[in-house]
Ligand binder design. Sequence first.
Ligand SMILES: NC(=O)c1ccc[n+]([C@@H]2O[C@H](COP(=O)([O-])OP(=O)(O)OC[C@H]3O[C@@H](n4cnc5c(N)ncnc54)[C@H](OP(=O)(O)O)[C@@H]3O)[C@@H](O)[C@H]2O)c1
Length: 290
Amino acid sequence: MSREQPRTLQDQVCVVTGATGGIGETTARGLAALGATVIAHGRDVEKGRLAVDRIVQATGNAGVRFVQADLSALAQVRRLAEELDRSLPRLDVLVLNAGTACAHRTVTADGYETTFAVNHLAPFLLTQLLRAKLERSSAARIVVVSSEAHRGTRLDFADLMLEKHYGLMRAYGRSKLANLLFTRALARRLAGTAQTCNALHPGVVRTGIFRDAPALLRGILSTIARPLLLSPEQGARTSLYLSTSRDVAGQSGGYYIRCKPAQPSAAALDEVAAERLWEVSAKLVGEPTS
Ligand SMILES: NC(=O)c1ccc[n+]([C@@H]2O[C@H](COP(=O)([O-])OP(=O)(O)OC[C@H]3O[C@@H](n4cnc5c(N)ncnc54)[C@H](OP(=O)(O)O)[C@@H]3O)[C@@H](O)[C@H]2O)c1
């Protein structure tokens, strides 16, 4: 996983969103295996209970528990942040992993396009609400699970909610570009502090993320492409690397693939777009722009 042994995490508290399966569950398991207290988030209580049972059984670490919140609702993101803030003694690692890819355009209770709301607005708001908690850790790490699907896309600030020309890959790709712009803007705000924020592409991984995709894409993923897909264990490596490795201590604002720095698209390096997205996102979630 890492070029050197990761530190043990006996005294660390880690939160992983979307930990009821796929890359998130494997990331939570990896952190638990290193001795961390792990809060595994998901939206489905039963799935969460089963995931926690599997993690505890696999690692022998009883310090793993589940928190529920549907990230498509900003009120639930706020409730989640409050619960974490109230119940956790500290927060050292926040893995923003939960993600979705919606085949058809739907709108959340807050009136926002669902893929953008779950993949970008929810982690944006959750992080903002947990900033004070993260600041109290000696060197908190924020890890953002983005994707190579960000390539070939640009944000259209006149149509962030994709009212025109909705498509699954268009919505998903833009939300993953938003993850990278968020990472840059947050890293700029964290500069000079001990906290870091980095993003990653996990590889193309055998999970349920494209369960809603058109039959052709699902067919390709389950047949021709299947032997090429990574296991969730392989897919979680870069998340675990950025969460734990001493190699990246103090490194911030980067994009990583296979545990190595990677060059994102030019659109993901656009500082003006990153700042504009930050301001727009803050307004959309009702938070100050700092
Ligand atoms: N798989 C890949 O090839 C790939 C490639 C690049 C990037 N990624 C990224 O990797 C991350 C993890 O995805 P995965 O591949 O492991 O897919 P996954 O197995 O579908 O896991 C996604 C996780 O997010 C949760 N989630 C989805 N919508 C949610 C909502 N509204 N509220 C709360 N939780 C929600 C899911 O909960 P439920 O179980 O209840 O749905 C699940 O725990 C995502 O950010 C994805 O974009 C994946």
